[in-house]
Design a protein around this ligand. Structure first.
Ligand code: FNR
Length: 182
């Protein structure tokens, strides 16, 4: 089997640290895992009136989630919570009522911020949302990453200070996905 992982990055910023982190993490996975980023930047603002007539971009992310064995959320913290673009995507794929794409997909959560607590509050809010959506979310290890010089090396890989820590995180995450996908 190839395990397909849908990556959901909570930042649309061109030079996003979280986007870079997601790409570098994907390289730490064992063979047999493939990663695809959900395109959440072009989604319309969620409007319940459209539930029976979802936009093509909404149908696309729902199909991508359906096809995935696992979810990897890599998100910044905005004002001590998750960014609106991420909540918008979560809401879209949770509807219409009874047809959520999220349920049962094992998830990992991490994030990088310039602040010292490294997205801890955003991650806790995200856990609350995912619990409601019946997404089994890996509890340990946690990863709260602060953006500083050397986080990434010149090739865009994880720098030496965080490499072992994030490799351990990915080892647990891939085991978590395999456990829940079987
Ligand atoms: C932030 N930032 C931020 N950082 C943090 O640690 N806690 C916070 O609550 C916030 N709040 C916040 C709100 C808004 C609207 C912005 C734009 C930024 C700073 C944030 O960590 C920084 O911009 C990161 O670089 C965002 O992640 P990406 O875009 O680099 O992935």
């Amino acid at each position: 089997t190839t395990y397909q992982i849908a990556i959901i990055v909570g930042s649309l910023r061109h030079d996003s640290f979280n986007y870079k982190l997601a790409g570098a993490l994907a390289k730490l996975a064992p063979s047999g895992f493939s990663f695809q980023q959900l395109q959440i930047g072009d989604l319309p603002l969620y409007n319940q009136d459209d539930d029976e007539n979802q936009d093509a971009s909404v149908k696309q992310i729902k199909a991508d989630i359906d096809a995935a064995h696992g979810l990897l959320f890599v998100t910044p913290e905005y004002n001590r919570s998750i960014p609106g673009v991420l909540k918008n995507a979560i809401d879209h794929a949770s509807r219409p009522y009874g047809q959520s794409a999220w349920a049962g997909k094992p998830a990992g959560i991490l994030g990088v911020s310039v602040g010292a607590i490294g997205t801890a509050m955003a991650q806790q809010h995200l856990r609350n949302i995912l619990a409601y959506l019946d997404v089994p979310t890996m509890g340990q290890p946690e990863a709260f990453i602060q953006a500083k010089d050397g986080l990434f090396d010149d090739a865009g890989d994880i720098g030496p200070d965080s490499k072992v820590f994030l490799q351990t995180w990915m080892d647990h995450y891939t085991a978590w996905v395999m456990k829940h996908a079987s």
